[in-house]
Design a protein. Structure first.
Length: 125
């Protein structure tokens, strides 16, 4: 095993050379490249959600949580990210059902509804 700790400026990559058994269908070939995630810290018992369920809404991060037949927008504070997951440090309870694939559409729909609720221009005549 060899790990080059120098990050190359052009492609921002470092080289890692290691020895692996290549027994299953000889899927690995000489000279192949791979992207590898190396966890620098592991938090056991952390509350995580799929990364795509967390949206940026202005200056805050939000998720949509199932509440009966509706969805409620909740502001969350996130932490570590890795392997397609985001740690949620605040704003979400364990066991909450979060929207994943339709979350961006829900946010757009909510913003459009909020916009339609604005009537007039801020004062009475």
């Amino acid at each position: 095993v060899f790990f080059d700790t120098t990050v190359h400026a052009g492609d921002r990559k470092a080289h890692l050379v290691l020895s692996l058994e290549n027994t299953e269908n000889q899927a690995l070939r000489d000279g192949m490249a791979a992207s590898v995630g190396i966890p620098l810290e592991i938090r056991h018992g952390a509350l995580t959600v799929p990364k795509e369920s967390v949206l940026n809404d202005g200056l805050e991060k939000v998720v949509f949580v199932a509440d009966g037949d509706a969805f409620v927008k909740k502001a969350v504070k996130t932490g570590m990210e890795g392997f397609g997951k985001l740690e949620v440090k605040e704003g979400l309870d364990v066991g909450s059902e979060v929207v994943v694939s339709g979350a961006p559409s829900l946010l757009l729909s909510l913003k459009s509804q909020e916009g339609s609720l604005v009537v007039g221009h801020g004062h009475a005549h």
